[in-house]
Ligand binder design. Structure first.
Ligand code: ZN
Length: 368
């Protein structure tokens, strides 16, 4: 264990082992999180940026699931391209948290545990638990707010949405400041970075956007815009925040599932609105003769969907965020008025390039 990684919780945001970052400076540091099978230290790189003026400290983390690298691309943009000037406080940017999963293009750690179910971790626990503990102690505990960047799981895509427990006032304000159209309220799973950080008193949201194994330009734009918006909200960056096209705060979401095996033709894409009973996909036989239509159980917005068209009974097809009664029309109007070049529309088009979206055609009988 190097001197940098004393088990005591560091409180000085400027002191990272032997490296000191003074107010007004930025610098690269790293923390040791594990050791390889060959006995070498495994470290994760971190970029720390401090404003001259004191203020809140915010972390932005990515790839807690090692294959979810859209956020890694967004953090690279934040480091390399600047995006904004920090006027108060400090920013801690961690492009890859689960470095062992990242090395294998895998969500999981080599011990097959999920790092995002292992926080806050323990210095004497499993591999996952120790890695979690190192990150929690060295990063989360130094911070006042957190943003953790995720994507959908493998074979699925998510329209950019923020998840946060809106019952927590400071967190609700922070989540709304991020500026996505879709906000899903709820407690995070036990052992997740978000939940452990919130329980520690560091309000933390996650962004769920795009797919694994990709850095998608519109997702990067949503993420960097959101970070900037949040920092403006906290008084750490000057300027005007970018407003979302509309806001849907859902506390209920549901995966619509296939009832039969077959091959899907989609009728909606990520971010589309759907009315109750509207066709989401037609499930056909391979030769296309037999088919059944899968419809929306309620009014909602397509939060996520499968990108794999072959399905078996029970396979998830489409993740809907349910809109409050009567609010869908307002959302549809807001979307209708959006220019083609708006981020929302570009994201809708880009994330939809991986699924063939067609009209429901002559069969809209909804027979199943
Ligand atoms: Zn994830």
């Amino acid at each position: 264990m190097s001197k940098q990684d004393t088990p005591n919780t560091p409180t000085d945001i400027g002191q990272w082992g032997d490296t000191h970052i003074a107010p007004g400076q930025r610098g690269d540091v790293s923390i040791t999180v594990s050791e390889s099978y060959a006995g070498m230290d495994i470290r994760i790189p971190i970029h720390v940026r401090r404003a001259k003026q004191p203020g809140p400290t915010v972390f932005v983390t990515a790839a807690v699931h090692g294959d979810e690298i859209n956020g890694t691309g967004a953090i690279r943009e934040l480091i390399v391209d600047g995006v904004f000037t920090l006027t108060r406080g400090a920013l801690v940017l961690v492009p890859v948290v689960n470095v062992l999963g990242f090395e294998r293009h895998s969500r999981y750690l080599p011990d097959r545990r999920d790092l995002n179910r292992s926080f806050p971790g323990s210095p004497t626990g499993s591999l996952a638990s120790r890695l979690a503990h190192a990150v929690f102690t060295q990063v989360v505990k130094r911070c006042d707010y957190g943003i953790d960047l995720h994507t959908a799981a493998v074979r699925r895509t998510n329209f950019p949405n923020v998840r946060a427990n809106l019952k927590n006032k400071a967190l609700a304000d922070f989540a709304r400041a991020f500026g996505t159209e879709l906000i899903i309220s709820g407690k995070a799973p036990k052992g997740s970075l978000r939940r452990a950080a919130c329980e520690h008193g560091c309000p933390t949201l996650i962004l769920e956007a795009g797919e694994v194994w990709k850095v998608e330009p519109t997702v990067v734009e949503y993420a960097t815009r959101g970070v900037r918006n949040c920092l403006i909200h906290l008084g750490m960056v000057d300027g005007q925040p970018t407003e979302p096209a509309y806001v849907l705060e859902a506390d209920k979401t549901q995966w619509v599932r296939a009832q039969h095996g077959g091959f899907l033709a989609f009728h909606v894409g990520p971010g589309d609105t759907v009315e109750k009973d509207e066709p989401i996909a037609t499930n056909t036989s391979l030769l296309g003769h037999e088919h059944n239509t899968i419809t929306a159980p309620r009014d909602g917005v397509v939060l996520g969907m499968t990108t794999l068209p072959s399905v078996a009974p029970g396979d998830p097809i489409c993740h809907l965020a349910y809109a409050k009664k009567g609010s869908l029309k307002k959302i549809e109007r807001a979307r209708h008025n959006l220019p083609e070049e708006s981020l929302h529309q570009r994201t809708h088009d880009q994330l939809g390039t991986n699924v063939l979206v067609s009209d429901a055609g002559e069969d809209e009988s909804g027979e199943n």
